[in-house]
Design a protein around this ligand. Structure first.
Ligand SMILES: NC(=O)c1ccc[n+]([C@@H]2O[C@H](COP(=O)([O-])OP(=O)(O)OC[C@H]3O[C@@H](n4cnc5c(N)ncnc54)[C@H](O)[C@@H]3O)[C@@H](O)[C@H]2O)c1
Length: 265
């Protein structure tokens, strides 16, 4: 993250809940919001890593970060997560519904358990978090959901993931209509390939990484900080008249073909 891009007080006095904040993109979001003044609750099912991230943030500003165990696919755990946030910090202003999983599996070989698990975490889990957090924002707030370029740009052997993220894009648009009268904005970030645990199969395989980079016009993989910057904008007052939007953060990968001109004419 470039320190120059930090807006020091953008989230001062605000309380933000980040799901999946123990690793990767969610960790980047938590770090960014915290650096810009927010108190942070990290909800994650990885207790050791989640507690570690919270303690690093808390050491920077004592009393400003807290970890709560939560599996977002379990409604009771999501309710407990929101309740713990209110108990700890007294309010909730920003939700980053980011927790997600993926699996590569041939379409015809996919089993029901994989389908249910991916839809359960990525789509139903996001829905639970959005709904329960919105109920805890009586005077308004801002929500960002982590969608994906897979929301609209399908990849083979990822049916459950593709459908879950297409569903997330729909969730954000429908919730934006219902939540606007309550003063709650909700938007999505749609990352392309970001360097996290989820993508080591591409980024740490030199041949695969080199071929993949050819598909990204800006010629590098994304970093969690790239997504956190976009999510921070959407959550902030700078985006005060933006709701239901899907902000693509992919280095240009899904714009179209970046093959040399002439091939298709
Ligand atoms: N990395 C990418 O290229 C990329 C691209 C587009 C979208 N995304 C999305 O970004 C989000 C974060 O992914 P990432 O790349 O940082 O992966 P990651 O594996 O590094 O982090 C995911 C985090 O979510 C947590 N988590 C998983 N299931 C959970 C559950 N049921 N309840 C609570 N926490 C849970 C994990 O413990 C982890 O902390 C996901 O929604 C993913 O689909 C990632």
């Amino acid at each position: 993250m470039s320190p120059r891009s930090i807006c020091v007080d953008r989230f001062a006095g605000k309380v933000a809940l980040v799901t999946g904040g123990a690793h990767g993109i969610g960790r980047g979001m938590a770090e960014r919001l915290h650096a810009e003044g927010a108190a942070i609750v990290i909800g994650d099912r990885d207790d050791a890593a989640g507690a570690q991230v919270a303690s690093v943030l808390d050491a920077r500003r004592p009393g400003s970060a807290h970890f709560v165990h939560a599996d977002v696919s379990d409604l009771e755990q999501v309710r407990a997560l929101v309740a713990a946030t209110l108990q700890r910090f007294g309010r909730l202003d920003v939700l980053m519904a980011n927790a997600g999983i993926h699996q590569v599996e041939p379409f015809l070989a996919e089993d029901d358990a994989t389908w249910r698990e991916i839809l359960g975490v990525n789509l139903t889990g996001a829905y639970y978090c959005v709904r329960e957090a919105a109920r805890a924002m009586p005077t308004g707030g801002s929500i960002v959901v982590t969608a994906s370029t897979n929301s609209f740009f399908m990849e083979t052997e990822m049916a459950a993931y593709n459908v879950s993220k297409a569903g997330v894009a729909g969730l954000v648009r429908t919730a934006a209509l219902d939540l606007a009268p309550r003063g709650i904005r909700i938007n999505a970030v749609a990352p392309g390939l970001i360097r996290t645990r989820m993508t080591t199969g591409v980024t740490e395989n030199p041949a695969h990484a080199a071929a993949y980079l050819q598909t990204i016009p800006l010629a590098r993989f994304g970093e969690p900080a790239d997504v956190a910057a976009a999510a921070g904008f959407l959550a902030s007052d700078d985006a005060d008249w933006i709701t239901g939007a899907l902000l693509v953060v992919d280095g240009g990968q899904t714009l179209g073909s970046n093959a040399p001109a002439g091939g298709g004419v």
